[in-house]
Design a binder for this molecule. Structure first.
Ligand SMILES: C[S@@+](CC[C@H](N)C(=O)[O-])C[C@H]1O[C@@H](n2cnc3c(N)ncnc32)[C@H](O)[C@@H]1O
Length: 235
């Protein structure tokens, strides 16, 4: 599993949010949170599992929206950041963190209403086995994102320290079908990939987003998008 070791150090975990979600990266954080909230709908009282929750930016957000949520990750240092975040947000009653491998989820079948994973499938060597585990412990919905093969990300993907798997839309549809999941909705976004946004100042990033917005929902925009958000339901 790519990136399993990469996220294990205190250094990487402490720098994670600042590195990705400051400057133009704030727009990314906002868009990802919006994608999760709009796909999952009201989560009040629902049992939710977040796979590879990292520093808990979604875990805390959904606890704050009333979900009973478990954030699972294989990295102790990333989870420690998440614990600190949950304390600061005062949502520790509705949230628990668990250190575990997403390939062997320590829960019975059909245990959660919603299971989701953000920024995880690009690290997965065997996406079909992780999706099958997510499907097994969910009694309803699945949500995840992918980085796309036919996008500007493919230009620098090879240079990333932990490598990164890119997906075509057809491959994701195949994975869903094999896992017994029906696609409920998909959104395709970010013609300029995340890696570039987070390096540019907020003002320039906002202008680029505005320009990108004119291509949203067009076939060209969908084709060039570097990220897709996939919402599926058990058949
Ligand atoms: C790019 S980070 C994403 C964190 C978070 N989902 C977010 O979007 O901010 C990837 C996370 O996947 C976790 N991870 C990698 N392999 C894993 C595995 N086999 N089981 C559980 N977590 C894993 C890493 O520890 C890391 O926290």
């Amino acid at each position: 599993m790519k990136g399993q070791e990469w996220y294990q150090t205190d250094e990487v975990a402490k720098a994670y949010d600042e590195k990705r979600f400051s400057r133009g990266g704030r727009l990314i954080d906002r868009r990802e949170k919006e994608a999760v909230l709009s796909a999952l709908g009201p989560v009040d009282g629902k049992d939710v599992l977040e796979i590879a929750c990292g520093t808990g930016r979604f875990t805390t957000m959904l606890a704050d929206h009333g979900a009973n949520i478990v954030g699972l990750d294989i990295s102790g240092p990333m989870l420690q950041q998440g614990r600190d975040r949950a304390k600061q947000a005062d949502v520790t009653d509705q949230l628990s963190y668990m250190r575990s491998d997403a390939g062997r989820l320590p829960f019975p079948d059909d245990h959660f209403d919603i299971v989701f994973a953000m920024r995880f499938f690009h690290l997965a060597d065997t996406p079909e086995s992780y999706l099958a585990e997510m499907r097994r412990v969910s009694n309803g919905e699945i949500f995840f994102d992918t980085f796309n093969r036919y996008s500007a990300r493919s230009l620098y993907n090879w240079a990333l320290p932990m490598g990164s798997r890119l997906y075509s839309g057809g491959r994701v549809r195949e994975l869903l079908f094999e896992a017994g999941l029906a696609l409920v909705g998909a959104e395709h976004d970010w013609i300029i990939p995340y890696g570039i946004y987070r390096k540019i100042p907020n003002r320039i990033a906002s202008a680029s987003r505005w320009l990108e917005g004119s291509l949203d929902h067009t076939p060209l925009g969908r084709y060039l998008a570097s990220v897709s958000y996939w919402h599926a339901r058990i058949v």
